[in-house]
Design a protein around this ligand. Structure first.
Ligand code: PXP
Length: 235
C-alpha cells in the first residue's frame, strides 16, 4: 500500500503568520527520504495555504510522484494542467470550509466533473475522484471516466462504530475494484485508526496529512512518516 503525504498543513502554519516559513517545498525531500511513495497538496480557490508557487516548485523537485487535489474551478484546472502533476484528485470545495467536507456530489455536478476529468486527462494526468464509500456513486465515477476513486474515510475516522464503517468501505472498495478502478482512501486517518483500514481489500494508496504533520511537530517529519509507513505494513 502506497503512502501519499499531504503537506498542506505546513503551509497552514506559514499562512497563520504570513511568514515565508515553514515552506512546504522543504518538506518534499524529507518525506521522500523517509520512504513515502508520493507527495499530495491541495490548491484551493482562495489559495489559503498552498499557492501556485508552491505547486510549481513541489512539482519540480518531487522525485516520487505528485498528486494535486483540486476542485473544478476553471482557473485552477487550467493551472494544474500547466503544471502536469502525475496525478490529480478532484474534490468538492465550499467557500469557507475548514477542510474538505465530503465526497463529490456526482449526481448534481456530473457534467462539470466529466468535463474536468476530460481536460485533466487530455493533459496527461491520471484522475481520481474523492467519493463517499457507496456503490452507486462509484458506478457514476466510473461512467464519468475516472481512473481511480479515493474513498472518504472521514466517517470511519470520526465514528465510534468503526466496524460499521469498515463494512461500508469494504463493500465500496470491492465494487470499485470490480469496475476496474484503482482504490485510494483518505481523510482523518491517524496513527491509532490506520490499522483498521488494512482489513479493507484492494486499497493501494492512502493519502494522509494532518496527523503526520501534527506528529512531526514533536518527532520531526522523517520519524512521523516512517512510523506511519510501519503501521501501514501492519507493524
Ligand atoms: N484526501 C483528500 C481528498 C483530502 O481532501 C484530504 C484533506 O485535505 C486528505 C486526503 C487528507 O486528510 P487528512 O489531512 O485528514 O489526513
Amino acid at each position: 500500500m502506497r503512502l501519499g503525504v499531504n503537506i498542506d498543513h505546513i503551509a497552514t502554519l506559514r499562512s497563520q503568520r504570513g511568514t515565508p516559513y515553514p515552506d512546504p517545498v522543504d518538506a518534499v525531500p524529507i518525506v521522500e527520504l523517509a520512504g513515502a511513495d508520493g507527495i499530495t497538496c491541495h490548491i484551493r480557490i482562495d489559495r489559503r495555504h498552498i499557492t501556485e508557487r508552491d505547486v510549481r516548485l513541489i512539482r519540480e523537485i518531487t522525485k516520487t510522484s505528485l498528486n494535486v487535489e483540486l476542485c473544478s474551478d476553471p482557473d485552477i484546472v487550467r493551472f494544474v494542467c500547466g503544471v502536469k502533476p502525475r496525478y490529480a484528485c478532484l474534490v468538492p470545495e465550499r467557500e469557507g470550509e475548514q477542510t474538505t467536507e465530503g465526497g463529490l456530489d456526482i449526481v448534481t455536478h456530473g457534467e462539470e466533473i466529466k468535463r474536468t476529468i476530460g481536460v485533466l486527462k487530455d493533459a496527461g494526468i491520471v484522475v481520481s475522484l474523492f467519493v463517499e464509500p457507496d456503490e452507486s456513486t462509484i458506478g457514476l465515477a466510473r461512467e464519468l471516466g475516472a481512473d481511480s476513486v479515493e474513498l472518504n474515510t472521514r466517517a470511519y475516522s470520526e465514528t465510534s462504530n468503526k466496524e460499521g464503517e469498515i463494512e461500508r468501505l469494504k463493500k465500496a472498495s470491492i465494487a470499485a475494484h470490480g469496475m476496474g478502478l484503482e482504490v485510494h482512501a483518505g481523510h482523518g486517518l491517524e496513527y491509532h485508526n490506520v490499522k483498521g483500514i488494512l482489513s479493507v481489500p484492494h486499497i493501494v494508496e492512502l493519502n494522509i496529512g494532518h496527523s503526520i504533520i501534527s506528529r512531526a511537530v514533536f518527532t520531526g517529519l522523517e520519524e512521523a512518516v516512517k512510523t506511519m509507513l510501519r503501521l501501514m505494513k501492519g507493524g
